[in-house]
Design a protein around this ligand. Structure first.
Ligand code: SF4
Length: 343
C-alpha cells in the first residue's frame, strides 16, 4: 500500500472527524468527496450506524396540494408558469381530498405526510386552508410537513399552532451558484424564511439539488452550508435533477451516479443525526445505485412519488426493493430528533 496515500487519508480522517457542531469548511467536504469510494462508503456507514438503525428507512409521502402556475423561475422546476412543460395547473385541494390521500399513505406505511404547493408564498386565506389540512393529517397520527414557499412574519407560527411538525424550504444549491438557477428571489430570502421556521419552533427540512451543471466544489459548498446551519436541519433531502423538457436545465450534463452517492455520503458524515432523504431523481435511478445510497447513509425516501387515493404501484416496487435489501420502514419516533423532542 502506498504510504503517502495512507497518510493523506489519515489527514482527511483527522480533518473530518469533528464534532457535528463544528464548522465544516468547503475544503474539508471536498476532501471527503475525494476519498476513494470504498473509504467514503465505510466512513459514511460508520457514522450512520452510530446514530441510526442502519436498516431502517423513514417513509414520507408527498402530495402536491396546489400544482403549477408558479410565478418563480427556478430553472429545474416544471411548475414555473414561464416554463412550458405541459404541467396542468390545479388549484388548492380541499381538506377532504388531502385527508383521503394521507389515509392512503398511512395505509402504505408512510409516517410523514408532506404537502407541497407551487407558490412564491402562501396568501393568508390559503394558509388557513393549509392549517386545516395540517390539523386533519395530524389527527391521523402522522407527522406533517409543508412546503409552501416563502413565509411572511407570523405564518410559521400559525402553521406551528395548527400542529405542523416540519417546514421544507431547500436552499437548492450553494450561495455562489444560486443566481444561475433562480433569479426571482435570493438565497438570503430563503434563509430568512428558514429563520422564521426555526423561531416558530418548527423542525427544518432543508436540502438541495445536484446535477444542475454545478462543479464538485459547488456541491461541497452546498453540503458545508447545510451542515453549518446551527442547528443543522433535522431532514436533508438530496435531490438529483430530473430533467424536464421545457425547463432551462433540460439538457444539463448528467451527473455521474457515483458522484450522487458521494453527495449522500458527504451529507451523512457532516450531518450525522439528520434524516438524509433520497429525494427527486430516485425513480430514474437504477436499484443498484439506490442500494448504494442507502449504504452511504440515506435513510429516508418519498414513498410512491405520485400519490393518489387509488393505486400506488411505485409503493409496491419500493416494498419489493426493501425486501431484497433487508430494509424496513422506520417507526415513528425512532429518529434522533424525535428522541430529542421527548426529552
Ligand atoms: S418556487 Fe417551487 S413551485 Fe415555484 S418554480 Fe420554484 S420550485 Fe417550482
Amino acid at each position: 500500500m502506498d504510504s503517502t496515500s495512507v497518510n493523506e487519508r489519515a489527514a482527511v480522517r483527522a480533518d473530518t472527524s469533528r464534532a457535528a457542531t463544528a464548522a465544516w469548511s468547503v475544503d474539508a467536504v471536498e476532501a471527503l468527496y475525494a476519498l476513494p469510494f470504498n473509504d467514503l462508503m465505510h466512513r459514511a456507514q460508520t457514522v450512520h450506524r452510530e446514530h441510526f438503525d442502519a436498516n431502517a428507512v423513514q417513509l414520507s409521502a408527498l402530495l402536491s396540494i396546489k400544482t403549477g402556475g408558479c410565478p418563480e423561475d427556478c430553472g429545474y422546476c416544471p411548475q414555473a408558469a414561464r416554463h412550458h412543460t405541459g404541467v396542468e395547473n390545479e388549484s388548492l385541494l380541499s381538506v377532504d381530498d388531502v385527508l383521503a390521500a394521507a389515509r392512503a399513505a398511512r395505509a402504505k406505511g408512510a409516517t410523514r405526510f408532506c404537502m407541497g404547493a407551487a407558490w412564491r408564498g402562501p396568501k393568508q386565506r390559503d394558509l388557513e386552508r393549509v392549517a386545516d389540512m395540517v390539523k386533519a393529517v395530524r389527527g391521523l397520527g402522522m407527522e406533517t410537513c409543508a412546503t409552501l414557499g416563502m413565509l411572511k412574519p407570523g405564518q410559521a407560527g400559525q402553521l406551528k399552532a395548527a400542529g405542523l411538525d416540519y417546514y421544507n424550504h431547500n436552499i437548492d444549491t450553494a450561495g455562489e451558484f444560486y443566481g444561475e438557477i433562480v433569479t426571482t428571489r435570493t438565497q438570503d430570502q430563503r434563509l430568512d424564511t428558514l429563520e422564521q421556521v426555526r423561531d416558530a419552533g418548527l423542525h427544518v427540512c432543508c436540502g438541495g439539488i445536484v446535477g444542475m451543471g454545478e462543479t464538485r466544489r459547488t456541491r461541497a459548498a452546498l453540503i458545508a452550508q447545510l451542515a453549518n446551519m446551527d442547528p443543522c436541519p433535522e431532514s436533508v433531502p438530496i435531490n438529483n435533477l430530473v430533467q424536464v423538457e421545457g425547463t432551462p436545465l433540460h439538457g444539463a450534463e448528467v451527473l455521474d451516479p457515483f458522484e450522487f452517492v458521494r453527495t449522500i455520503a458527504c451529507a451523512r458524515i457532516t450531518m450525522p443525526t439528520a434524516l438524509v432523504r433520497l429525494s427527486a431523481g430516485r425513480q430514474e435511478m437504477p436499484e443498484g445505485i439506490q442500494a448504494l445510497c442507502f449504504l452511504a447513509g440515506a435513510n429516508s425516501i418519498f414513498y410512491g412519488e405520485k400519490l393518489l387515493t387509488t393505486g400506488n404501484p411505485e409503493a409496491e416496487k419500493d416494498a419489493a426493493l426493501f425486501e431484497r435489501l433487508g430494509l424496513r420502514a422506520m417507526e415513528l419516533g425512532a429518529t434522533p430528533e424525535a428522541a430529542h423532542a421527548r426529552r
